[in-house]
Each structure stands twice: as structure tokens, then as C-alpha cells.
Design a protein around this ligand. Structure first.
Ligand SMILES: [Zn+2]
Length: 567
């Protein structure tokens, strides 16, 4: 009996393994693609190997060149790496979109003058009185002057049009016509969770931060039909494939956006694995949340998430919340540096009342949802931990991999609390872009501590990496460059002690992401049975001299065995 049981168990294992491989062909069947002759960074115990074979959507062998040459048949494509690196496909843990849009493009301006010229050019071809809006994917850190343009300057570029300069996800700057258009003046009341900026003499400078943005209702984006929206998504994912991305997590969208991506998957046009967070209502109202929950799909349990077939490209992963502002509104225990600190009284912006946040988390937890919350400053992390701990008291969340998004300024006392709850931190390279502003807002010490990857790793907190595009441009190589050097675009190196090795950064951007999305049995490392999500880089990932990663060229990107980019 014992023997038969054992044999059955062995058989079940064999069948399981066979199902894991593509189809049930024998292990000696030829591979579809075989890579030889290069350093292949597996991120497994096998380390760096010379050969890798792909059949169907899976890796079927990773080892010596001789091992994989055995799998070469008449139809097999053999790719000689010739010393180029082969790595697991990159994954961005927090990507809204590639950026761009129908507004004024400021992504490439490098001075205030160029910025104002770009606006003036658009205004010149827009009927007077019509609202002019800029795209959001730029930051003053890219400008020689390293500061925002304000109302008076904007009036020089456009005086006959209400103008809204959108900067990232947390801030608008308005010209005088726009302030008039939305009836905002010196007597307009401050909103809690928001800030209305002023010049030193008390006049409005046009700045509206976080919830103060609610005074402005932007004109709806030109309606594109469903097909055009889908084509734009295909183009977006192709752009990202070219830089080596094979998975992205969209941090907060609507069920309608999810449907569009699912349609692409059904049509076989999707070249990216997409993990999707639904966005809870920003109001923080539990009633509104319950109404929305009724419209949403059922939340997947951790077991269901783990059991999803690898062929399923689009996955719902949880719900996105937020508690504080961004660069200019991260919620801190200690006040901002002067003059932003307003005589030691400004600590950043809490965008939702404490009770509303705790209740929102409780409702989501009760409904079975995993929560991921935007928290930039240390006081915001306090609030998130308080909310998560309250939920955890009702029913443990450990094992559900709840998330803190961004986590710029953790304190040492946060780490044990994060570990006790089994949290993951979803980190991005904001510092690379915004370093000069962060020094100005928070002082050199806090700015240098921003997103301390080394500290997170040493504290044993699971971390993944990404960009927050379009707040920071989408290039994943800027991420790898930044976290391995702590280099920034225009402020030099900030706290080199927080830099990590190339392998650590790569691991966070691949295996760390897989853990974040309950897909570590399928993605993130290169081993037999894992999906064939991989990239070939032009330069040597392990050996090229800094700052080579920043501009690394990707020669080939494969998603599930399918080549989606090759140059
Ligand atoms: Zn974001």
C-alpha cells in the first residue's frame, strides 16, 4: 500500500510538473528558442548560467550551453548572446501610464523660458477664453531654475486663456484668468487636506495642492472611442516593452479601464502582464465605498491569486487608497523647511480624515480586499500602520501582503510594525527626478533618506521597484541606475549608503514584484517551469561602468515565450 501511495504521489508530482511545463510534451522535445553564449542572470541558486531554453510560454531549461543545445531541433531558433546579458523581464510596481496626453507637452523643457514658450505657442492657436491645460509628466527638478512657474509668469505666457499647469498628480498652478474662471481669490477658504499657495505679500501665486485642486474642474479629455483607447494602450505597452518591461501594476483605475485591458487580452493584442488595483472613492466616505464595492468584481483571496493560471495576463490585485500629498505635501511629524514650513506649522497634507481612512480600510478588509495605500511622509506611514493594525485586530492580515505605496520617509520604529503585519513596500525612483525640490521642502537630511532601499532590505521588508509614471518618466533603467548609485538628474548623489548592488536592485524589480503580486511561483526568476518573461540587454548588466544602466539598450524582450520587442 505504502509503495503504491508513494508511486501515486510521484505520478501526481510528475503530472503537476508536466502541467507546469507547456503542454505535456516530453522533456527532450525541441525548444522553440534557445539562448547561448552570454551571462544569464537567473536570480536562483543556479546563479549566472550560459544557456536557457524556452518552449511554448515557459522556460524549460537553464544551465550550461551543452544542456540547452540538446534541446535544439530543426525548428529551434538559437540566439547567440555573444556576451550580452539575459535577465528576467523587468516589472514596474506603480505605473499609471507612460505619460503624454492631449495637453501642452512639458516633458522635455529644461528651462522656465522653454516652459513658458511651450504654453504661449499653444495659447496662440487656441481661441481666447478656452481653457489651456498642460500634461502632468514633468517636474521642476528638470528645469535649470529648479522651481515652479507661478501665476505672474504664467500670465506672461497666456493672459487671455484660463491656464492650468498640471504638475504630477498633486498640484495645479493657475494663471490669473484661471483663478477668475473658477472664482478663486484671496478670500477663498483653505480646504482641509489641501493648500492654496501665496506670494510673500499674501497674493495668490496660483498654486493649488492636493484637495485644493477640487476648486478646479478640468475640461473633460477629448472623448476617444473604445477602439482608439485600446489602440493607445497597445502603443503604450509596446513603448514599455522596448525598455524591457514585461509586467506593470496599475495603481488605481476604474472597472471600465480594466475592461479595456481585458478586451485586449481576449483579442491576443496584449504584450504586457498587467496587475490592476481598483481605485476607491477619494472622498473617504464609507457609504460611497459600499456602493462602489457592489459594482466591483469579487475580491480574489491569496489562494485564488496564487492559483491563477500563468496564461492569465490581466489580474486584479487589490484596492488603492491614499492618505497624504506628494513631493510638496507628504505628511511629516517634523515641519517642512522654511519658508515651506510656514514658521514651523506646515507638516504636509493629510488628504483624508483619520477616522474615514480607518473605516475605509475596515470596510475593504471586511469585504475581502487587499489594501495598498499611498503614504509619502513618516506621519502618513504612521496613519497607514494605525489603519492596517485596526483591521488586523478584526481579522489578521498577515499573509495577505498588504502594501504601502511609496514609503519615502520610514522611521526605524515603523519596520517592526510593517513586519508584524506582513506588509510589502512598493518603492519608486522619485528622488532621481525631484531631489532638488525635496531638499528645499524637507531639508538635506530627510531628502537624502527618501526611499531608503538599503534600510528596507536590512529590515527584512519585501520591496519592489517602479516609477510612478507619469509622475516620474517610465524608464525602468533610470530606476536601476538610481537605486544602485543613489544618483539623481540634477542634485548629484544622495546618501550613497542607501545604494544596493545591481543584483539586489534587479531582484527587487523582478522577484520582488512577483512576490508583491502573488506570482512568485510563475515570474521573477529564470528557472524551468517559470514563464518565459525575459530581456536581452545590449551591454553587460553586471560589469558595465556606471552610469551605464541609466541608458542601457534593450535588444530583445520576450513575454510568455513571445518576442514583443527586438532590434
Ligand atoms: Zn502614483
Amino acid at each position: 500500500m505504502v509503495t503504491r501511495d508513494r508511486r501515486n504521489a510521484a505520478l501526481r508530482l510528475a503530472v503537476g510538473a508536466c502541467l507546469l511545463m507547456s503542454g505535456c510534451r516530453g522533456s527532450s522535445d525541441p525548444a522553440d528558442t534557445v539562448f547561448v553564449g552570454g551571462p544569464i542572470v537567473t536570480l536562483t541558486d543556479a546563479g549566472v548560467v550560459d544557456g536557457l531554453a524556452v518552449r511554448g510560454d515557459r522556460i524549460v531549461a537553464a544551465g550550461s550551453e551543452a544542456d540547452v543545445r540538446r534541446l535544439v531541433g530543426a525548428e529551434t531558433r538559437v540566439v547567440d548572446l555573444g556576451g550580452r546579458s539575459l535577465l528576467p523581464g523587468l516589472a514596474d510596481n506603480h505605473l499609471h501610464s507612460v505619460g503624454g496626453g492631449p495637453g501642452v507637452d512639458l516633458s522635455r523643457v529644461r528651462t522656465l523660458e522653454e516652459l513658458l514658450d511651450a504654453i504661449a505657442r499653444t495659447a496662440a492657436t487656441t481661441p481666447p477664453g478656452q481653457v489651456v491645460v498642460t500634461n502632468s509628466d514633468w517636474h521642476e527638478g528638470q528645469l535649470a531654475e529648479q522651481r515652479l512657474p507661478y501665476r505672474d509668469e504664467l500670465d506672461q505666457a497666456a493672459s487671455a486663456h484660463p491656464l492650468v499647469v498640471v504638475r504630477g498628480g498633486h498640484e495645479y498652478i493657475l494663471n490669473s484668468a484661471a483663478l477668475r474662471y473658477w472664482s478663486i481669490d484671496e478670500s477663498t477658504p483653505e480646504v482641509s487636506g489641501g493648500r492654496i499657495g501665496r506670494y510673500a505679500d499674501g497674493r495668490l501665486n496660483g498654486e493649488l495642492v492636493d484637495r485644493a485642486k477640487e476648486y478646479v474642474e478640468l475640461p473633460p479629455a477629448p472623448r476617444s472611442d473604445r477602439d482608439a483607447a485600446k489602440d493607445a494602450l497597445v502603443e503604450q505597452y509596446t513603448t514599455l516593452n522596448r525598455r524591457g518591461l514585461t509586467s506593470v501594476r496599475h495603481p488605481g483605475g476604474s472597472p471600465e479601464q480594466l475592461d479595456l485591458i481585458r478586451e485586449l487580452e481576449a483579442e491576443g493584442r496584449l504584450t504586457m502582464r498587467v496587475d490592476f488595483l481598483l481605485r476607491a472613492p477619494r472622498s473617504g466616505s464609507a457609504e460611497e465605498l459600499r456602493a462602489v464595492l457592489a459594482q466591483w468584481p469579487e475580491p480574489p483571496s491569496p489562494e485564488q491569486m496564487r492559483a491563477r493560471p500563468a496564461s492569465q495576463m490581466v489580474r486584479v490585485d487589490g484596492v488603492k487608497l491614499g492618505v497624504d500629498g506628494g513631493f510638496e505635501g507628504g505628511l511629516m511629524r517634523e515641519p517642512y523647511e522654511e519658508p515651506w514650513g510656514e514658521d514651523g506649522t506646515f507638516h504636509g497634507l493629510q488628504t483624508v480624515p483619520r477616522d474615514a481612512f480607518v473605516e475605509t480600510v475596515r470596510v475593504l478588509h471586511g469585504a475581502g480586499w487587499r489594501v495598498a495605500t499611498h503614504a509619502v511622509g513618516d506621519a502618513a506611514i504612521d496613519l497607514v500602520l494605525d489603519g492596517y493594525e485596526a483591521a488586523d485586530e478584526e481579522a489578521p492580515i498577515e499573509g495577505e501582503r498588504w502594501v504601502i505605496e511609496h514609503g519615502f520617509i520610514p522611521r526605524d520604529d515603523h519596520f517592526p510594525r510593517m513586519r508584524a503585519l506582513g506588509l510589502a513596500v512598493s518603492a519608486q525612483d522619485h528622488l532621481y527626478l525631484a531631489a532638488p525640490s525635496l531638499v528645499e521642502y524637507w531639508g538635506a537630511e530627510r531628502a537624502a533618506w527618501t526611499t531608503p532601499l538599503r534600510a528596507y532590505l536590512e529590515a527584512g521588508i519585501p520591496v519592489s521597484l517602479g516609477t510612478d509614471a507619469p509622475v516620474v518618466p517610465y524608464d525602468p533603467w533610470w530606476v536601476l541606475h538610481h537605486f544602485t548609485t543613489r544618483g539623481t538628474i540634477s542634485a548629484g548623489v544622495l546618501d550613497d549608503a542607501q545604494s544596493v548592488s545591481r543584483e539586489e536592485a534587479l531582484r527587487a524589480m523582478t522577484a520582488g514584484y512577483a512576490w508583491l503580486t502573488f506570482s512568485e511561483d510563475q515570474r521573477g526568476v529564470l528557472a524551468p517551469g517559470m514563464v518565459a518573461d525575459l530581456i536581452v540587454t545590449d551591454g553587460s548588466f553586471r560589469d558595465c561602468p556606471d552610469p551605464c544602466l541609466e541608458t542601457m539598450v534593450v535588444d530583445l524582450t520576450m513575454v510568455g515565450g513571445r518576442i514583443v520587442h527586438e532590434r
